[in-house]
Design a protein around this ligand. Structure first.
Ligand SMILES: Nc1nc2c(c(=O)[nH]1)N[C@H]1C(S)=C(S)[C@@H](COP(=O)(O)OP(=O)(O)OC[C@H]3O[C@@H](n4cnc5c(N)ncnc54)[C@H](O)[C@@H]3O)O[C@H]1N2
Ligand code: MOO
Length: 390
């Protein structure tokens, strides 16, 4: 069996970086920028007032000094004249500072009678002027690759960039398999349960930046599975859930092999998630997740999310483990890397008592996967352990 890290590297070898597409800035949130973007202008494009007040000469600023107000500068409408000695221009926040002025006295520090302005308080040293280009100047770069954040989008808009080149979203077809499964809202037979994994996995993949098509549940027959694979046509990645183990009805491997799967690996030295399989199926990569709900989700965090990031051209894709103090002792670990459902609180991290891989209620209460290396000895409370935040 291969390790989690080896499996991830093999998976990365099954996919290529997605091609780029142009999208409008308003549609670019969370997308991965593929080309550096340069500012088309300076911001602000002129020295601008940061306050409402009066623009005048700093050399003349002192308490009780008097000025004649000769005009107005508003945001969007500059004062076209020049401020001379003893003169002031009424100015508003965001307005260009007029020629001849290098100081803005805030209006709270003044008194105005007709067009006669008096400085009534000490205005201090701050000029209340934002120099041209103080935010950014022409040619300043927003570098790729990056996941476009709300802040990035605001900055790009200020740079006057209406469209950006982003990675096309990977198209993922999701196939839940099993005679026992019905969709939420349907009436299950006495031996049936509700397909749950697909919803968790879909959400995980979409959050990572993929577009997901949830296909109808495939029955545990070769023909039903082949039909499902047919419906997945056009996907960049096909993800199956269940049917990956060794039971008589675990037919995903056989069905995909009949369709020409070039298998990359089967089984990983991890817990849960051991019966993971992967390969190339025609033009798509294929991953077969184990059916147990928690196993599938753990594999989602460890393999699917990094894989989608890789396809999107993101540079740091491996899950980043953090450290925490154990608040409850742990028994020794077996030979597989163990991702224990756990809760991180202010007093440290503790694994849930019941680690059965069918327990979605435990997973939903977890906020971390506590990672035990293979053959890790027993750990006492107070020792440091690694975890993946979820
Ligand atoms: N003799 C052995 N038996 C099993 C082994 C093994 O090594 N030897 N491995 C166990 C492990 S570990 C896992 S994990 C499971 C994985 O099995 P499959 O991938 O074949 O999954 P299924 O048998 O189809 O389902 C397992 C379990 O999960 C439920 N399930 C499946 N799909 C969904 C879904 N979309 N939503 C909700 N629940 C789902 C299914 O009903 C089963 O209860 O195999 C062990 N067996
Ligand atoms: O390896 Mo399985 O994924 O324990 O439930």
């Amino acid at each position: 069996m291969i390790t989690v890290e080896e499996a991830r590297q093999l998976l990365f070898g099954l996919v290529a970086t997605m091609p780029e597409e142009q999208v409008a800035l308003a549609d670019a949130a969370g997308r991965v920028l593929m080309r550096d973007v340069k500012a088309e202008r300076d911001q602000p494009p002129f020295a601008a007032s940061s306050m409402d007040g009066y623009a005048l000469k700093s050399a003349e600023v002192e308490r009780h000094a008097m000025f004649k107000v000769i005009g107005e500068a508003a945001a969007g409408q500059r004062f076209t004249g020049t401020v001379g000695p003893g003169q002031a221009v009424r100015i508003f926040t965001g307005a260009p500072v007029p020629e001849g002025a290098d100081f803005v006295v805030i209006q709270e520090d003044t008194d105005l009678r007709g067009d006669l302005l008096t400085i009534t308080e000490d205005p201090g040293q701050k000029t209340n002027i934002r120099p041209a280009g103080v935010d950014f100047t022409i040619g300043d770069t927003v570098s790729a690759p990056r996941v476009l954040s709300p802040e990035d989008l605001a900055l790009l808009a200020a740079m006057n960039v209406p469209f950006v080149s982003v990675a096309t979203k990977p198209q993922i077809a999701l196939i839940a398999t099993g005679n026992e499964l019905v969709m939420p809202g349907e009436a299950p037979g006495p031996d049936q349960i509700i397909a749950s994994n697909s919803f968790g996995i879909k959400a995980l993949l979409e959050k990572a930046g993929a577009h997901v098509r949830m296909l109808p549940v495939a029955q545990d027959t070769l023909s039903s599975l082949e039909t499902a694979f047919g419906l997945a046509e056009g996907a960049d990645l096909v993800v199956t859930i269940g049917g990956a183990s060794v039971g008589d009805y675990d037919l995903v491997a056989e069905a995909s092999q009949r369709l020409g799967l070039e298998q990359s690996f089967y089984k990983v030295l991890m817990r849960p998630g051991k019966p993971l399989m992967a390969g190339r199926l025609g033009d798509a990569a294929m991953i077969g997740l184990p059916g147990n709900p928690v196993s599938a989700m753990v594999c989602g965090y460890l393999f699917l999310v990094p894989l989608v990031k890789k396809m999107l051209g993101i540079q740091t894709v491996d899950p980043i483990l953090h450290q925490a103090i154990l608040s409850k002792a742990l028994p020794p670990n077996g030979p597989r890397e163990h991702y224990m459902r756990a809760r991180l609180e202010s007093d440290g991290i503790r694994a849930f008592e019941d680690q059965d891989s069918s327990l979605l209620s435990v997973l939903a209460r977890s906020n971390a996967l506590l990672m035990r290396p293979p053959n890790d000895p027993a750990r006492a409370a107070g020792e440091t352990v690694s975890y993946l935040p979820i």
